[in-house]
Write a protein that binds this ligand. Structure first.
Ligand SMILES: Cc1ncc(COP(=O)(O)O)c(C=O)c1O
Length: 291
């Protein structure tokens, strides 16, 4: 069952008018919330980011945090699956086509849920290939906008090269992946770019930083140059669906040095383990936006 503007229905019955501004202009924002054994993961943080995306595009939040919390739990209850990700989208609504905002229009709210397929044991063991590309997206990558054409084109360039992700570089500096944040490891230290308008403030990115700090792993949040990306000992991508995944080949060259070149490294293995442990604690004591 999916949720559309206050009603529950099978996805095949869900319809939106062609003049929805999400369809016409990509005028909307979204969230992807992983749910493990029925428990939403970091729901509060996802809802905070939703609010900041809505603020960024000047759409009034149609629901309170408490209502969103209820809806996420309701969709999970209506679609019992072991692990799933809830996708929710808010667009500016339906109006005659005109770039300027329409007045008095109600946002369109859509939610669906799908099985969450995290990387396979084989992908974990071998890591994945990535390519680099010029980050040619707009300057508000901090907004989780449904206007994802640039991200789709960039991701396709990875697929065309037989790779899983595209690592983006802007003015010679690392930004993020086409649908992930990127971490570099050098001499045992973890390095990742700061949250700016050039990257999406990833929920997984925050968890990884918190875990690094809590476990006293050396961590620097600073600009990362293209040369540092290419000379990294380890390269990881992080996202709600991929969690922490090693990139073992970049532009056809092995990542890392010596005997571990082209293989996931020890810091990634440690972080993956910490992430799994953290997930288990959350499942034992589910968070609730009201708590
Ligand atoms: C462009 C981009 N950066 C980063 C991320 C990672 O964000 P999160 O960890 O919240 O899934 C995503 C997730 O889809 C993304 O699309």
């Amino acid at each position: 069952m999916i949720y559309l503007n206050g009603a529950w229905m099978p996805i095949e019955q869900a319809m939106i008018p062609v003049l929805d501004r999400g369809f016409i202009f990509g005028d909307g924002v979204y969230e992807v919330i992983p749910c493990y054994s029925g428990h939403p993961f970091r729901l509060r943080e996802h809802l905070v980011r939703l609010q900041s995306s809505l603020d960024g595009v000047r759409i009034a939040n149609p629901y309170s945090v408490e209502r969103w919390d209820e809806l996420v739990r309701e969709i999970v209850a209506k679609n019992p699956m072991h692990d799933q990700y809830v996708y929710l989208q808010v667009t500016r609504g339906v109006a005659p086509r005109d770039h300027a905002f329409p007045k008095g229009v109600k946002p369109t709210v859509f939610m669906m849920t799908n099985p969450l397929v995290t990387p396979s044991p084989e992908q974990r063991e071998r890591g994945v290939a990535a390519v680099t590309a010029l980050d040619n997206r707009w300057l508000r990558c901090d907004i989780k906008s449904v206007s994802l054409l640039a991200n789709c084109l960039l991701r396709q360039s990875a697929v065309d090269a037989g790779a899983a992700e595209t690592v983006l570089l802007r003015d010679g500096m690392l930004t993020e992946g086409s649908a992930s944040n990127i971490f570099v490891v050098k001499n045992g230290g973890i390095i990742t770019p700061p949250k700016t308008n050039f990257i999406l403030p990833g929920i997984t990115y925050d968890v990884v930083i918190e875990l690094a700090r809590a476990n006293r792993l050396p961590l620097q949040i600073r600009q990362v140059s293209e040369a540092e990306v290419r000379d990294a000992d380890e390269l990881w991508l992080t996202s709600s669906t991929k969690e922490v995944l090693s990139i073992s080949m970049l532009d056809g060259k092995p990542v890392g040095h010596g005997t571990s070149a082209g293989k996931p490294g020890p810091v990634a293995a440690r972080m993956h383990q910490l992430y799994q442990e953290y997930k288990r604690t959350v499942m034992r004591a589910p968070d609730n936006v009201q708590s």
